[in-house]
Design a protein around this ligand. Structure first.
Ligand SMILES: CCCCCCCCCCCCC/C=C/[C@@H](O)[C@H](CO)NC(=O)CCCCCCCCCCCCCCC
Ligand SMILES: Nc1ncnc2c1ncn2[C@@H]1O[C@H](COP(=O)(O)OP(=O)(O)OP(=O)(O)O)[C@@H](O)[C@H]1O
Ligand SMILES: [Ca+2]
Length: 503
């Protein structure tokens, strides 16, 4: 049927990559042309399938099969439809939240023009909610019957994903009678998958789990029912739950960029570059104490050369190890593990649950971090010169190792804590009767050179004000409609067929 019929081998489509099968109406014109001219009226059906393009992009392609025997044609359609129905991981009903104001304000258009037609083609029914205010999606997830859906889709950026994730995790804990405020309680896993249609400013969760920021590709990953588990960190202070994080939890540099950029939302995605430049020039450092338990049960290290890809063996092995430990009742072993304590002056404290790869930095903040290994990479950037900090930042954009600096340390952790020096001073002041309260002591000596300000946390792009936090990684707490970044045999190949993929 295709013009390059000689390359027939390349047209093998695995059943799991078929989007839909439809009967095709043949009009008279088509019928009268070519080889069908002299035969009786042919019948036809069209198979819509996934075609891989450059840079992890997926496209929906189609091929039409012709046949003179109507019964045979119907048998084919029937058989293919049954094949699709037998794939139980494919979603049938979705709940979609669209943030009309995210990124370049294109969320609604992107969904209507690029995603809805594909969902229709794949016979997926979607209930769509266009959000009217921040937290609309999150609150809504506590009200609706979520269990009738196979997945929740968010159209927006990392902030919108974060909102939907908080709603979903919170709802599941509520329904399971789990108190999120207790940092030690194991959380109930969410079996309802989340889909991300990227329409935000950074979209790093989409980029790091799919390999490209492209609404059509993401829609196709949802349609075929992909599943990528994701680690989630919980953040607490004084037995109070604050937030969850999946990508970056950053204090200092990234917290300050975010805080400044929030005032400049009108600038769109450009605001981050503007605030980034400004924050870089301010070169503010922060004093405090970081303590953590190095992750022992994990197989990899943050300095590995290999990164997390589809079917990652490090994520798989770590999960197996964790399950073994659970069976032996060793999950509370961490209590005895040693804490490492680091006091210092930091330009940035970044904890990342995944690489945080995004178009700005295609290898991300921690190139070897894993999506689902139950650990986070804790990156400490100590006070250094502006020039050195710039060298560090530039290495996020090239092939050089950003951890190979004397002022940068990286650790793989399952838990950590941070307390700013202010809070420590304040706590000791309270013990010290007669001394002044927190926030006042430096106004007493305005000429002093001690660093006055606290920073804020950048929690997946949302600001979080807390000068002390306790963070725990929950292995594979949520699941996405994604499969991680695929490995191609020949990354440069333009039209890859699925049989060129390494399994
Ligand atoms: C000289 C070039 C250096 C380039 C260095 C680039 C490093 C970029 C690393 C990006 C990491 C993104 C992590 C993702 C975090 C998301 O959960 C979050 C929510 O969407 N996004 C942001 O907070 C948004 C954060 C946006 C951060 C933008 C950083 C821009 C830094 C600009 C520094 C300029 C220095 C120029 C000196 C002449
Ligand atoms: N209708 C709405 N009006 C105002 N804010 C909204 C609305 N719907 C969602 N939000 C909030 O907007 C915030 C940002 O959304 P989103 O992540 O989609 O875009 P972004 O900030 O441009 O992208 P990124 O987070 O990738 O930087 C989210 O935290 C979300 O809570
Ligand atoms: Ca991880």
């Amino acid at each position: 049927e295709e013009e390059d019929g000689c390359k027939a081998v390349e047209n093998v489509v695995p059943a799991c990559e078929i989007v839909a099968v439809e009967e095709t109406e043949i009009d008279k014109k088509q019928c009268d042309s070519g080889k069908w001219q002299k035969m009786s009226k042919p019948h036809a059906f069209t198979v819509h399938y996934i075609k891989r393009a450059r840079n992890h992009r997926w496209r929906c392609s189609e091929i039409t099969f012709w046949c003179i025997d109507e019964q045979l044609c119907n048998q084919w359609i029937q058989a293919l439809k049954e094949l699709l129905d037998s794939q139980k991981s494919r979603p049938k009903r979705l709940l979609v939240y669209i943030n009309p104001y995210g990124g370049k304000r294109q969320g609604k258009r992107i969904y209507e023009q690029k995603v809805a037609p594909l969902f229709n083609l794949a016979s997926i029914s979607a209930d769509v909610v266009i959000t009217e205010h921040a937290n609309h999606a999150k609150d809504n997830l506590f009200e609706v019957n979520i269990y009738k859906y196979d997945g929740i889709v968010c159209v927006g950026g990392d902030g919108m994903f974060s909102e939907v994730m908080h709603g979903l995790i919170g709802r599941i804990q509520k329904d399971s009678g789990i108190d999120q405020n207790n940092p030690k309680t194991p959380l109930a896993q969410c079996s309802i998958r989340i889909g991300i249609i990227p329409a935000g400013s950074t979209d790093c969760i989409c980029y790091a789990t799919v390999g490209i920021i492209d609404p059509e590709t993401s829609a196709l990953h949802i349609i075929v029912g992909d599943c990528q588990p994701l680690d989630v960190s919980s953040i607490h202070h004084n037995n109070t739950f604050l937030k969850y994080s999946v990508s970056l939890l950053g204090y200092g540099f990234y917290g300050d960029i975010l805080k400044d950029s929030e005032k400049k939302r009108w600038m769109g995605p450009m605001r981050y570059d503007f605030s980034g430049f400004k924050t870089f020039l301010s070169h503010q450092y922060y004093e405090g104490t970081v303590s953590f338990q190095p992750a022992k049960g994990t197989v990899g290290s943050p300095r590995d050369k290999e990164s997390c890809r589809t079917g990652c063996h490090i994520c798989r092995q770590t999960k197996q190890l964790e399950e073994q430990q659970k069976n032996y009742g060793l999950e509370h072993k961490e209590v005895e593990d040693e804490w490492k304590v680091i006091k210092g002056k930091f330009l940035a404290i970044n904890a990342v649950n995944m690489s945080c790869a995004c178009p700005r930095s295609p290898k991300g903040l921690s190139p070897a971090a894993h999506l689902a290994d139950g650990s986070a990479d804790l990156i400490l950037v100590r006070k250094c010169s502006r020039f050195n900090f710039l060298r560090y930042l530039v290495r996020h954009t090239n092939q050089d190792d950003q951890f190979d600096f004397p002022f940068v340390d990286v650790y793989r952790v399952k838990r950590f804590q941070f307390t700013s020096k202010h809070l420590e001073d304040n706590e000791s002041d309270i013990k010290d009767v007669g001394k002044k309260r927190f926030g006042q002591f430096c106004s007493d000596h305005p000429a002093c050179c001690c660093n006055l300000a606290n920073s804020t946390w950048n929690c997946d792009g949302e600001t979080l004000d807390s000068s002390a936090v306790e963070v725990r990684v929950h292995c594979q707490l949520v699941k996405l409609f994604a499969r991680g970044i695929e490995i191609y045999k020949d990354e440069a190949a333009y039209n890859l067929s699925s049989n060129e993929l390494l399994s």
